[in-house]
Ligand binder design. Structure first.
Ligand SMILES: Nc1ncnc2c1ncn2[C@@H]1O[C@H](COP(=O)(O)OP(=O)(O)OP(=O)(O)O)[C@@H](O)[C@H]1O
Ligand SMILES: Nc1ncnc2c1ncn2[C@@H]1O[C@H](COP(=O)(O)OP(=O)(O)OP(=O)(O)O)[C@@H](O)[C@H]1O
Ligand SMILES: [Mg+2]
Ligand SMILES: [Mg+2]
Lengths: 165, 175, 165, 175
């Protein structure tokens, strides 16, 4: 159990570092064992610094930097133990336009092997989808799916057939 | 194994049966505040076996059933179905396993249903089964509710604010 | 003390209801005393329903609905006991375009008597300001104010003087 | 009483002295993630008398001082000044009160300073004073750090997630 955890932790650390550097375009990222000498008892600390900034507690990071750090860690865990699909509910909300650009590029790459269902209000995020559902409540309290757009690779066919309304 | 479709009927703000079809790659959902997008996410989590109603923003299981609006009466039950493609022709042991050739499906549909009485029902390809059987399908196929196959802003904050010891639980799931 | 609290609570309840109905364009909103018969011991519950929806626990509300409900309550408290200025740090992040429209209209009205400092990424929110500061970190780790725009009532003068760059 | 300007020097990500001027109505601040906008909000809260460093996202007071970057050395102190117009010519009792005519100011500048040693200094219009005197100015003029003159997403969530008894504290401040 100890060696399995050690291996997993090292894999996640490596992925976390790679994903972080990809999303932040640089910087440092690591996970540290704390609190106990026993690897099965220790806690896990997140230790990062965005590019050009000095290492300090993650509480001092900005809202957007914290969100992107957490996204990097969750994507690292996902890469180490993938599941066939992943649902993301508005996790891009705290990110500025540049960070959303990097986030969506990373998603496009993950989406080659994984199915994503993404909820977002952001145009850039929505633009990377193959298919786009609109949901409304014309009748108060009653959810209704009102539109489907083929946005991604179907777009050319859709344009030819004028299925896009 | 790929997600093919989701059918929501009577769950939270979906009194009318609504079906979403999925493609490989990215499916996006957009709409105004309060229109039901996160309710779709809750429906997926619930069907994957989520037992903690607080993770679904509810206090009681009964609150998952459409409770009416200005123009509609409350419903008596909620039902959600998730359909997956089944390229390896996996057959759940509960339905006889892969020995029974007539039970190897090209698609697997998981259905979860609750009634106001509190009764719950579960189905695999319309055959009644127990929650345990659904969990088994997901474990065998790697589709289970793990800490990061459904990610919302809450999970994002939690992993940052967690104490180091709490954080390791999430890691142990990845091990 | 009891009657003072009773009076304040009733004032906040009235303001909360008015602000909520303004921001949601309808619906119901109230504050209820719970847990104790003694008004000085009781807790305060938030009880609302957006227009056309049925009353239920605030945990079932959407992210945007919860944010707007909380904003309505904080603005109600602010109206009952105003301070000369108010700082808002990205509180419009979970709101969709329609809700931001109503939120900014309400702010413009409050801003007649109160000075606001608002941090936002949203163009509509930024557009109601008299003055707009841009902050960047060209040199990593070093914050710098890089621009000032006179957006609001100075805009006409600024346009004449071509001070807007 | 109106906010006229804010000067930040050495606080968090502001190693260079930076001055913001304010108008009546709305002043907006925009910029990319991590550029320092919330640090400006922290600077205002701190100068208004915030004593809980956790509300300023720090663990220790020392973390409020610019701690260096790739291109800069850490600084030894942080100083923030908030200047208000003073139309009623209020004079803080600590400086002699309104009896001393030469001390009725058209503007009041509150300055707060910390050093790496942990020492703190406070000034009203450049005259050294105690934190207590600053708090008094704000109480007399209604400008104090109350529960809702500085609102961030955390406050928004807290009032919703608070237990009913916790929520009444915020109300008691309004009473
Ligand atoms: N059992 C139920 N019956 C009827 N309506 C319900 C039920 N449970 C939740 N709702 C309604 O669903 C709405 C919330 O939906 P949801 O959280 O999916 O919104 P959303 O689209 O994610 O919005 P946002 O963009 O603000 O996050 C609430 O208005 C709530 O009243
Ligand atoms: N004492 C300090 N010395 C140097 N830099 C610091 C210090 N304290 C905080 N910072 C830096 O300030 C940055 C965060 O700034 P801030 O929270 O103001 O960002 P922001 O503009 O609000 O961003 P967002 O849009 O993501 O909310 C972090 O990168 C952090 O490293
Ligand atoms: Mg939502
Ligand atoms: Mg910020």
């Amino acid at each position: 159990a100890r060696s399995l955890f050690r291996t997993t932790l090292d894999n996640v650390r490596k992925e976390f570092r790679d994903v972080f550097i990809n999303l932040f375009q640089g910087g440092e990222a690591d996970l540290k064992l704390v609190g106990s000498q026993d690897i099965l008892e220790a806690g896990i600390d997140i230790v990062v610094s965005p590019p050009g900034k000095k290492l300090s507690s993650i509480s001092l990071l900005s809202g957007g930097e914290r969100a992107l750090t957490s996204i990097a860690l969750l994507f690292a865990l996902f890469k180490v133990k993938p599941s066939p699909f992943c649902v993301l509910d508005e996790i891009d909300a705290p990110l500025d336009e540049n960070n959303i650009e990097r986030f969506t590029n990373f998603l496009k790459d993950l989406a080659k092997d994984t199915q994503f269902i993404i909820i977002s209000h952001n145009k850039k995020t929505l633009s990377i989808s193959e298919i786009l559902y609109g949901v409304t409540m014309e009748e108060p309290g009653v959810s209704k799916m009102i539109s489907v757009k083929f946005v991604g690779r179907h777009k050319d066919d859709a344009d030819k057939n004028k299925t896009e309304t | 194994m790929e997600l093919k479709s989701l059918k929501i009927f009577g769950f939270k703000s979906f009194p009318d049966e609504t079906k979403f079809e999925f493609e490989p790659g990215v499916t996006a959902i957009v709409g105004p505040n309060g229109c039901g997008k996160s309710n779709i996410v809750d429906a997926i989590r619930w069907t994957l076996g989520e037992q903690n109603v607080h993770s679904l923003r509810a206090g009681l299981t009964e609150q998952l059933i459409f409770n009416g609006s200005q123009t509609r009466q409350p419903l008596g039950m909620a039902e959600v179905s998730l359909t997956f493609s089944n390229p390896s022709h996996y057959a759940p042991p509960s339905l006889g396993g892969s020995d029974k050739v007539n039970l190897t499906f090209s698609e697997i549909t998981i259905t979860r249903k609750i009634f106001r009485s509190g009764e719950s029902e579960y189905f695999i390809n319309k055959a009644p089964c127990r929650l345990k059987d659904i969990t088994e399908v997901f474990m065998d196929t790697g589709l289970g509710v793990n800490a990061y196959s459904v990610i919302s802003q809450d999970q994002i904050d939690m992993i940052l604010n967690a104490k180091p010891e709490e954080r390791r639980y999430i890691f142990e799931e990845a091990a």
